[in-house]
Ligand binder design. Structure first.
Ligand SMILES: [Zn+2]
Length: 441
């Protein structure tokens, strides 16, 4: 174990968690500057870049011989909002209680920002010669779609972040499932298709019911979407994931997991799973999804409005297009509601296998004996979407060991009481250090 690396990670993460980067509005510059100061102090001059002064990204580069193309370590510095009165300990205080460091961003994903920065600093301090550049990017605005963060960098400063491989969100954390310990590493993520549905109808007085009521029509469309699971599509990454997990389970789970691509079996299994969180996560990687999230209709109780709108968060599987997803939504809600695409981001997909994959896998297995490592498809999006536009292969790998105490990464992610196990963080920075060092030297 590297003396000091773990303690430094705890100390810097505490400091970073005290900097409120809730997005919106973000205000990531203070966090970027905190990290920039660390690089400055180590004579590794960082650059701060951003479209707006309060939303800077920080980039640092440790130069190698150039024999191989760069490796990028990336972490977003913004966090989702927290409701402090729902938390056991305050979300922006960086306090340690019961072996956990508490705070919004503890696992999503300021810990990765700290671990990555420390790995660069440690390799710089060791003075080892690298065969590829090692780049650190602490970026803004991931939680709101990456516009001021990774997307800005890729559009305006591609040479600063271009790499062959990237390590970032999300994966490399412990899941305990049916007596088996699993570390998923993200190799693919779903696309996003954000849509607006609009129904029109005859406006009129609220005292006179009419058949063609826009509010009711949007309500029907939304209700149908919410109660319908869209068709399943088989993808290589999910097949691999399910087969790997199935191999660790007893019959009948071992059999059923392998057959989840069959709709009837999936319906049966998902309906019976006691853990609704697991069921939702599995359902999300078997199909495209379209979830109503925003409703807008009317403004006065005695006026029937002429139109009503809903926003729908659509997510598409690898291999599926925006048109495919819209056709499925159309079949679900019928023809009499307009669909407008507000924004689309294509899915990202790659093979798991590479020299870097082998290093991650063996490091996790070495540091957590008995665990298995599986590739997985993330239902959400990450900065990998932006990096992939530069031809970069991204892995979701922010190593973190959870104790088997019932605390689940999935519950903490965007949840109340977000926290990170202190020992697990120290473990994680060591794992990341070993993987990165082996890959770049
Ligand atoms: Zn995140």
């Amino acid at each position: 174990m590297n003396a000091g690396l773990g303690d430094d990670a705890v100390r810097h993460l505490q400091a970073l968690l005290k900097i409120d980067t809730t997005n919106p509005p973000g205000n990531e510059t203070a966090a970027a500057e905190y990290l920039a100061d660390l690089f400055d102090a180590a004579k590794l001059p960082p650059v701060l870049l951003g479209a707006r002064p309060e939303r800077k990204n920080v980039i640092a580069r440790l130069h190698g011989s150039g024999e191989k193309p760069p490796l990028l370590l990336s972490a977003h510095l913004d966090v989702v909002p927290a409701e402090p009165d729902q938390w056991t300990h305050p979300p922006f205080a960086g306090e340690i209680h019961d072996g956990y460091l508490w705070g919004r961003g503890a696992i999503d994903m300021k810990h990765m920002a700290v671990m990555s920065a420390l790995v660069l600093l440690r390799l710089k301090e060791e003075g080892v010669s690298l065969k590829r550049d090692l780049i650190f990017a602490g970026v803004a605005d991931e939680e709101a779609g990456c516009d001021d963060g990774s997307r800005f960098l890729v559009d305006h400063h591609p040479d600063k972040v271009r790499a062959e491989f990237a390590l970032g969100e999300a994966g490399g954390f412990t899941i305990y499932l049916g007596g088996q310990t699993i570390y998923p590493i993200q190799i693919a993520e779903k696309g996003a298709v954000w849509m607006k549905l609009r129904a029109t109808g005859r406006p009129g007085h609220g005292s006179m019911p009419r058949e063609n009521n826009a509010v009711a029509r949007i309500g029907q469309a939304v209700a149908r979407l919410a109660s319908t699971r869209l068709p399943q599509h088989r993808t290589a990454v999910v097949d691999k994931y399910l087969r790997a997990i199935a191999a660790t389970q007893k019959f009948p789970n071992s059999f059923l997991l392998k057959k989840l691509h069959i709709r009837r079996i999936a319906d049966l299994v998902l309906g019976k799973l006691p853990d609704k969180g697991v069921a939702a996560a599995l359902a999300a990687v078997l199909s495209n999804t379209a979830v109503p999230t925003v409703l807008r209709a009317g403004g006065k109780i005695n006026v029937i409005p002429g139109f009503a709108e809903a926003e729908v968060d659509g997510r598409s599987l690898p291999g599926q297009t925006t048109a495919d997803l819209i056709a499925e939504v159309r079949r679900t809600i019928g023809e009499d509601v307009e669909i407008e695409v507000l924004r689309e981001m294509p899915p990202v997909e790659q093979e798991a296998e590479s020299a870097l994959w082998d290093l991650m896998k063996s490091a996790l297995e070495r540091h957590h004996p008995g665990a298995i490592v599986v590739p997985y498809l993330a239902p959400g999006f990450t900065d990998a979407k932006s990096w992939s536009r530069l031809g970069c292969r991204s892995y979701g790998f922010m190593p973190l060991r959870f104790p088997d105490d019932g605390t689940k990464f999935g519950d903490l992610y965007h949840g109340h009481d977000e926290r990170i196990p202190v020992e697990g963080l120290k473990w994680g920075v060591q794992v990341l250090y070993e993987v990165v060092k082996a890959f770049v030297t």
